[in-house]
Design a protein around this ligand. Structure first.
Ligand code: ZN
Length: 589
């Protein structure tokens, strides 16, 4: 159990010089929220409301109540609770990104309290902190809040009256999403008292998933239930999905990378669930490293062929002249040097699933044979005259646009149509950032075990950077980066930027800095004792980096300095001062 620090900020944190403070009745000091409130902008002539760069919408609480009621009645209470919790989770991770941007450079507590303040600003509930203990680096978290006047409870009570269970599902989801994104590890919140149960106000407690004794029930609402089947039965009682969601150490190795909560991830899971029990050919599309092979593997495990073989072939890794014999087998004397008969992957996958990765690299001959296998369920070994019947479900994947490949004459059109029965697009990691904290923790645990090292977590600046980075290499890149960092880091320490972004990968620091607060203070912090390597800074000095950032922001805003300042998270006056200082003030417009 984490210790409570009712005094709020840790003693050695810098004094609250940046912001006006006030004390709540409980003694935890909450910073003023002007910095957040001023990001809320109404543009009625455009039909828009902005909270920073997120478009918002005003909704009647009574309408939310009707929506909830309809969801509960038309689905069932558990399913509705799952949906609503996950929507809250996604909102929470969005706000965590904004909080980091707006409050960057302040101390951890003020930084964190932006979340509860945003919830108030958004009209969901008023939060009163009771106890808060945060140590991002060591992964320590304990939070306790009163939620006063929950709009969600109000909506629920209007439909169902007072009940015997907590009802603030969206708020709990929000708290989980916000805190997990903030900490870079899964934090679970639970409502111990709720207005929906007749209490005067709701009371919530949050701590790391591992510290809850019976987390699986709550985690179920953050996950896709059907993926429970993924785990070997004997492994443990906790459902696999919960373990995967939590990134707990006991999760099976072969499910790696299958963690997520984003809308994109859920859509893929939903489609995999739908198609798995059928015999349909499935085609996974998406960039390299998004985890297509992991989804294919899970599709097999969820299928009626789960007890049959699962054979995976990466078509790109097999030399073209061996491809046919690899896939379809070879008969003795079939070609020079074929001294024994051998079954190919197709035969080995009989009554099971054959996964063909990077399908676009198949030769035309192999494509023809594959088509025949798909259409007639029969194959012919190389050098053989008879055909053999096989019962194989083919699942294919590619990062190539096959329609284009057909047009370019590189891929058979008939095969394309045969494969494209049920395409599933796996979105790149940068389009499902909500999944990043779960994955960070998942891979950290996994790599810690692999290299026998105890790493406590991620430093805040590292969590920030992981969130902002664009991940061109997707999940695989994240996995590799964390593995390397675990090897580099001190045993018993935390992962920092210098372990993660070691310069091997192309870190677009300009973009990265702009996407964060763009805050110059932040750059100084990274370049100081926390030392971002020179390589990661693109071998340019701090001043050059800053000038590049200022220029980029001004250009992006088409010379509108107020807008550029907003992008950078500094005042217009500060921006003007800096532009003058470096003599890069744009011509007056
Ligand atoms: Zn409540």
């Amino acid at each position: 159990m984490a210790k409570r620090h009712p005094q709020g900020p840790e003693p050695d944190s810098p004094a609250h010089t940046h912001q006006e403070l006030h004390a709540t009745s409980k003694g935890i000091r909450v910073p003023a929220f002007h910095d957040l409130a001023k990001r809320l902008r109404f543009a009625p002539d455009q039909g828009r409301i902005w909270l920073d760069d997120q478009r918002m919408m005003l909704m009647h609480v009574s309408s939310l109540g009707s929506l909830r009621q309809e969801l509960i009645e038309s689905l069932d209470k558990e399913t509705a609770r799952g949906l609503i919790t996950r929507i809250g989770y996604q909102a929470g991770t969005r706000d965590a990104a904004m909080a980091r941007k707006v409050r960057a450079g302040l101390n951890t507590y003020d930084d964190f309290l932006a979340g509860p303040q945003l919830v108030s600003l958004e009209g969901m509930v008023h939060c009163e902190p009771v106890a808060l203990d945060i140590d991002v680096q060591r992964g320590r978290y304990f939070g306790e809040f009163y939620l006063v006047d929950s709009s969600e409870a109000e909506a629920h009570i209007a439909s169902y009256g007072i009940g015997n269970e907590p009802v603030c599902w969206m708020l709990i989801g929000y708290a989980c999403g916000y805190t997990s994104a903030f900490m870079g590890r899964p934090i679970l919140w639970r409502e111990t008292e709720c207005r929906g149960m007749g209490h005067a106000k709701c009371r919530v407690v949050g701590k790391p998933v591992e510290e809850w004794e019976d987390a699986q029930d709550d985690l179920r609402f953050l996950r896709i239930g059907d993926f429970v089947k993924w785990a070997p039965q004997a492994e443990e009682q906790l459902p696999a999905t919960s373990r995967i969601a939590a990134g707990l150490t006991s999760a099976p190795e072969n499910s790696f990378g299958v963690v997520g909560i984003s809308a994109g991830f859920n859509t893929v899971c939903h489609m995999v669930n739908k198609v798995a029990p059928t015999n349909a050919t499935v085609l996974f599309l998406g960039e390299s490293g998004v985890g297509k092979e992991v989804f294919a593997n899970n599709l097999h495990r969820l299928s009626k062929r789960a007890d049959g073989p699962y054979v995976a072939v990466n078509c790109a890794s097999i030399p073209e002249h061996l491809m046919e014999s690899e896939l379809f087998g070879v008969e003795r004397g079939g070609f020079t040097g074929a001294t024994t008969s051998r079954a190919g992957r197709f035969e080995r996958a009989d009554h099971g699933t054959l996964f063909l990765d990077e399908i676009a690299t198949l030769s035309f001959t192999a494509q023809g044979k594959l088509l025949r296998a798909l259409q007639q369920g029969e194959i012919e070994r190389v050098g053989d005259t008879r055909t053999r019947q096989v019962d194989v479900r083919v699942v294919a994947a590619t990062n190539v646009n096959l329609r284009e490949a057909v047009k370019a004459g590189q891929f058979r059109e008939d095969l394309f149509f045969r494969l494209n029965v049920f395409p599933i697009e796996v979105p790149p990691l940068r389009e499902r950032r909500d999944d990043i904290p779960l994955m960070m923790n998942w891979f950290l645990q996994r790599m810690g075990r692999r290299h026998d090292k105890h790493i406590t977590g991620f430093r805040e600046s590292a969590v920030d950077a992981m969130f902002a980075y664009d991940w061109p290499g997707n999940v695989r890149e994240l996995e590799n980066m964390i593995e390397r960092a675990v090897i580099l880091a001190e045993d018993g320490g935390a992962l920092d930027l210098c372990h993660l972004f070691t310069g091997g990968e192309e870190v677009d620091t300009t973009a990265f800095m702009l996407k964060r607060s763009g805050s110059i203070g932040r750059v100084g912090k990274l370049g100081g004792t926390e030392s971002l390597s020179a390589a990661a800074l693109g071998h340019s000095g701090l001043a050059e980096t800053e000038v590049a950032m200022l220029r980029a922001a001004v250009a992006e805003a088409n010379g509108n300095l107020s807008q550029a300042a907003r992008v950078l998270g500094i005042s217009r006056a500060k921006l003007v001062y800096r532009l003058r200082k470096y003599d890069v003030m744009p011509e007056a417009r």
